[in-house]
Design a protein around this ligand. Structure first.
Ligand code: ZN
Length: 243
């Protein structure tokens, strides 16, 4: 059983009719609905407008993989909560950051850089699968196309990824590291670029497959109770001699 929490700032869907038309249950509702088809997942949603921004301590502690979508409300996420997410990842929780979540507080804490990029709305994107042996790329062909997606272009100010899985090419000429992974502490982080709120990207079968695969990959094999430095009072050799 993998416990997945899909977090969304849930702002555009409430404010704009055209966004609501694409995601009537919100982006979080769309993602939760396709992930929820797997009976091995326990999927819940959380939104910024809920108490504790949807992520009280007990929810965060009982989440194996957190999915994060945010855009224009990053500043409304308290620093304290961002730090809790950061620490939870270091102790083993998986984190999947989608699209404009590149600018979210938890992602920037985990990366330690500005995570800035260049952008332009309404371009055609071809997403190339450049690490087809990686678990997150399973079931994805050489490439797939998104007829309309927001252009995110280099330079993407991130630390060197531990793996670059997807490369986005845009009809306007830019390229982008569209799918990257990092190991942080015991946790695994996946950033995936497609997913602008005005495009039906999260209904695309390849996008759904990638998020599904990413949940499987990011699910923790081990969670630490603490990040304290343990005092190794007795060495392994001393333990052997004591037997
Ligand atoms: Zn966007």
């Amino acid at each position: 059983m993998i416990r997945v929490t899909v977090w969304n700032e849930n702002y555009h869907e409430q404010k704009y009719e055209d966004v609501r038309a694409i995601y009537p249950e919100g982006i979080h509702g769309c993602i939760a609905s396709f992930l929820g088809k797997n009976e091995q997942y326990q999927v819940q949603t959380a939104t910024l407008d809920q108490p504790h921004c949807g992520l009280p301590d007990d929810v965060l502690e009982q989440t194996d993989v957190l999915i994060w979508w945010g855009h224009c409300r990053h500043a409304y996420v308290p620093d304290e909560l961002a730090e809790k997410v950061h620490q939870r990842v270091l102790r083993g929780m998986g984190l999947i950051v989608l699209h404009s979540g590149h600018n979210s507080k938890p992602f920037k804490l985990l990366m330690g850089t500005s995570c800035s990029l260049q952008w332009r709305e309404g371009d055609r994107e071809r997403v190339w699968n450049i690490m087809p042996t990686h678990p997150i790329a399973q079931g994805i062909g050489d490439y797939f196309e998104l007829p309309v997606e927001e252009m995110y272009g280099e330079r993407f100010d991130i630390p060197q990824p531990d793996g670059t899985l997807f490369l986005g090419w845009f009809a306007g000429g830019e390229v982008f590291r569209s799918g990257c992974i990092w190991y942080r502490g015991l946790g695994r982080v996946f950033y995936f670029q497609p997913g602008h709120e005005r495009n039906p990207t999260f209904w695309h079968p390849d996008v759904q497959r990638i998020i599904y695969n990413a949940v499987e990959w990011a699910a923790p094999s081990r969670i630490a109770d603490s990040l304290d430095c343990p005092h190794a009072k007795v060495s392994p050799e001393e333990k052997l001699q004591m037997k």
